[in-house]
Design a protein. Structure first.
Length: 257
């Protein structure tokens, strides 16, 4: 029973931190309590514990909570240990050549989390997390997922974001087969009207996806006739990212020209 209580406490603490993932810079105790569906006293104990460890900090003027320096420290460590500090020139060059928005994402449960790229809003954090089923990034992360992580049923209900969103699990499976065969994913106004995106995988030696690289524009710019051109540039960038982000022992063998 004690072990179960410990697991519950950890899950609740993680839930408190996750409340800040929607772009809110700070939240009141009542905000946290309501979102966590916990009593104010329980939420206060969790927030106080997290504050003591530096994962939250309390604003002196309002009493609201915000993410603390320990989160920043761990985020910076993860960012640099992944090698993400080295990829900005590659993403910038791809964005320049294509005149499009370029993003790099990794999977976190049912979402694609953007780690670097032009669609992030540094002020609000908006755009950080995207659904897997309705994005080119997500389709790539599912299509080349290791065994056991590609079960689309595990995603739960697939909400419709536009009239083009895939909302049927069997249809999504068929789409992922097409993605594997084509070597890239297409999001044709499935997340937002007027937005078309292609994405390609950054693969390891086992042909498992480590990251997804997306190039986003409009259907007028990314026309049917030019999709192949965008895909070719995305693939070239993805190969460069394999070298920058993966250890030599985990990279795919280079193919001679």
């Amino acid at each position: 029973m004690a072990a179960e209580g410990g697991v519950q406490a950890v899950r609740r603490a993680i839930g408190i931190l996750d409340c800040f993932g929607g772009g809110d810079a700070s939240l009141s105790l009542s905000d946290l309590s309501r979102r966590m569906e916990l009593s104010t006293s329980t939420t206060h104990r969790l927030a106080r514990t997290l504050s003591g460890a530096g994962f939250l900090e309390q604003e002196a003027r309002t009493g609201h909570y915000r993410l603390g320096p320990s989160v920043t420290e761990l985020g910076q460590l993860s960012f640099h240990r992944r090698g993400l500090h080295r990829i900005a020139p590659e993403l910038a060059e791809l964005a320049r050549v294509t005149s499009a928005t370029v993003d790099l994402a990794v999977r976190n449960d049912r979402h694609a989390v953007i780690l670097a790229g032009g669609s992030l809003n540094p002020d609000s954090g908006a755009g950080l997390r995207r659904p897997l089923h309705s994005t080119a990034l997500g389709k790539v992360l599912l299509a080349w997922a290791p065994e056991g992580r590609a079960d689309v049923r595990a995603l739960g209900p697939l909400p419709a974001l536009t009239g083009r969103t895939i909302v049927d699990h069997e249809e999504l499976r068929a789409e992922l087969r097409r993605v594997r065969e084509a070597g890239y994913a297409l999001n044709d106004e499935e997340s937002h009207d007027g937005i078309r995106t292609i994405a390609v995988p950054v693969l390891d030696r086992a042909d498992h996806v480590r990251y997804a690289l997306a190039v986003r524009s409009t259907p007028r710019v990314m026309s049917e006739a030019r999709i192949g051109w965008f895909v070719a540039h995305g693939r070239a960038c993805a190969r460069a990212l394999e070298v920058l982000l993966l250890p030599p022992s985990e990279r795919r063998p280079r193919v001679a020209d």
